[in-house]
Design a protein around this ligand. Structure first.
Ligand code: NAI
Ligand code: MG
Length: 492
């Protein structure tokens, strides 16, 4: 068993209570690491350290270009450790090594990009209408940022928050998911080696109620950056509101993947598969509702089944594996529960529908790739986020009906459109209530491009230039250039 410590104020510490919890490998079902079980007292230490670091000349006094250089050095250092970090992620979340490796090698780009932006944060000189005045704006760091992340892509989602937060000059206290704490602790070692001053990054491990909640409520926290479920997101938003804190919320989705009769079906099949079975469906952008035009419904569903039936479940470290286990036991039970709900609602299970009986996979937290046809958009299986490899197929007649069904969802994170019709490809994205729309592709993302949901899928943007603004506050400064101050009783 590997034993981890938390990273607070530049030091590696146990929890003040001395308590621990275990982190398990989803493929073996066995614990492999011991993680400190923090609580409000550890949060107090971390937030105090982050607040001190904000005032520390070693951080505050660093020029914007100096901050950028540190971020770029972090990018370089991450690249050297990318394979190692990917292995840790897989041990904790069970996702395919091939995918986690692609992610950890890509991480550096966020640090290069925001490192480059750090010294391009510019205020403005405002042309004032008040005679004898000079007016300008400054873009300042918001302060101590609480960053709370889930288990599906810990380091990627952490970097979406950390890179812009540090570029803007903030300090950060992280709370990783209780299911996947190890990778962020390994990541913190790299941050330490690169030479960020103590307290700029802190990691407190533990459970949502014991670490997350006191972190959000801490009076010295200025902003909460959260990725996770909409239920927890709503609780955090309410707690943040009491303290008038800023938030960015990246919550779940029930994203429609819409296949028209004119689509190139072989491409659409691959897009639909990657949208729902990649990462065993544990992605916020999962294309969990497949909308298929009636004219091609049966033909397309046959092609989809032919492809999905051969998905290879297995060891996530093996390059041959296509579908790994799901990350944790509650998640496994939640997914199986939704499969039961779909059956009870009258949906027609065409593929999967349970745990696999493949020899060798008994101990892992596997769910078969599962496809339901005959789903109506009013069913729970079409409205609620399953976060697993479960696809719901809903037929539609024409474009109008496709848009109506797609938008009839509490969520609005992403949508996919498969069509060869240029007019449709250009006009439909405008009509879909989703923060990201993909046409003839799915799951494409970049550090350059703002990402974030509409409706119950969240608030604010991550990545791209929009994200930097989420970590800055604007101050206006007025200077008088007049010789004499005018009559104090009248504002002119
Ligand atoms: P969660 O949303 O409860 O947890 C996410 C993070 O928030 C974790 O670090 C957790 O410890 C923390 N947290 C929990 N309660 C908190 C509180 N009251 N205050 C502050 N922080 C708190 O997600 P969980 O329990 O891991 O998974 C539950 C469901 O959430 C999944 O079944 C899935 O449907 C969904 N989910 C969605 C994700 C997405 O990216 N859209 C990611 C992970 C889970
Ligand atoms: Mg939870």
């Amino acid at each position: 068993m590997q034993q981890y410590r938390m990273y607070i104020d530049g030091r590696w510490v146990e929890s003040l209570s001395g308590e621990w919890f275990e982190s398990s490998n989803p493929y073996t079902g066995l614990p492999w690491a011991r993680i400190p079980r923090g609580n409000g007292a550890d949060v107090d230490c971390a937030v105090a350290a982050a607040a001190r670091a904000l005032q520390d000349p070693a951080w505050r006094g660093l020029t914007a270009s100096g901050r950028g250089e540190l971020l770029r050095r972090l990018g370089d250092a991450l690249a050297d450790r990318a394979d190692f970090l990917a292995g840790i992620e897989v041990r904790d979340n069970g996702k395919l090594y091939a995918e986690m490796r692609a992610q950890t090698h890509y991480l550096r780009q966020w640090y290069y990009y925001y490192g480059g932006l750090a010294d391009k944060i510019e205020g403005a000189v405002i042309p004032t209408d008040k005679a004898g005045h000079f007016n300008y704006t400054r873009h300042e760091p918001v302060g101590v940022v609480a960053a709370i992340i889930p288990w599906n892509s810990p380091l990627l989602l952490a970097s979406w928050k950390l890179a812009p937060a540090l570029a803007a000059g903030n300090t950060v206290v992280f709370k990783p998911s209780e299911y996947t704490s190890a990778s962020l602790l390994e990541f913190a070692r790299i941050v330490e080696r690169v030479g960020f001053p103590p307290g700029v990054l802190n990691v407190v491990t533990g459970f949502g109620a014991e670490v997350g909640a006191p972190l959000v409520e801490h009076p010295q926290v200025a902003k909460v950056a959260f990725t996770g479920s909409d239920q927890t997101g709503r609780q955090i938003y309410q707690a943040a509101a009491r303290g008038m804190k800023r938030v960015t919320m990246e919550l779940g989705g029930k994203s429609p993947n819409i296949v028209f009769a004119d689509a190139r079906q072989d491409n659409a099949v691959k897009g639909v598969i990657s949208g729902i079975f990649a990462a065993s469906g544990q992605t916020c952008v999962a294309g969990s509702r497949l909308l298929v035009q009636r004219a091609i419904h049966d033909e397309f569903v046959d092609k989809l089944l032919a492809f999905a039936r051969h998905a290879r479940l297995g060891d996530p470290m093996s390059p041959d594996t296509q579908v790994g286990p799901v990350t944790n036991l509650p998640q496994l039970e939640k997914i199986l529960g939704y499969i039961d709900i779909a059956r009870a609602e009258g949906a027609d299970c065409l593929l999967g529908g349970g745990r696999p009986d493949t020899p060798g996979l008994e101990q892992g937290w596997f769910v078969e790739p599962t496809i339901f046809a005959g789903v109506h958009n009013r069913m729970r299986i079409a409205r609620e986020e399953v976060f697993g490899p479960v696809l719901s197929i809903i037929p539609f007649e024409d474009e109008e009906e496709a848009v109506a069904i797609a938008n009839d969802s509490p969520y609005g994170l992403a949508a996919g459109i498969w069509t060869e019709d240029l007019r449709r490809a250009l006009t439909l994205p405008d009509r879909l209530e989703a923060g990201t729309v993909w046409v003839n592709t799915y799951r494409t993302m970049s550090y350059l491009t703002p990402f974030g949901g509409f409706k119950q899928s969240g608030l604010g943007k991550e990545s791209g230039q929009d994200s930097l603004r989420e970590y800055l506050k604007v101050k206006s400064v007025w200077l008088s250039t007049t010789e004499d101050v005018p009559d104090p009783f009248v504002i002119r």
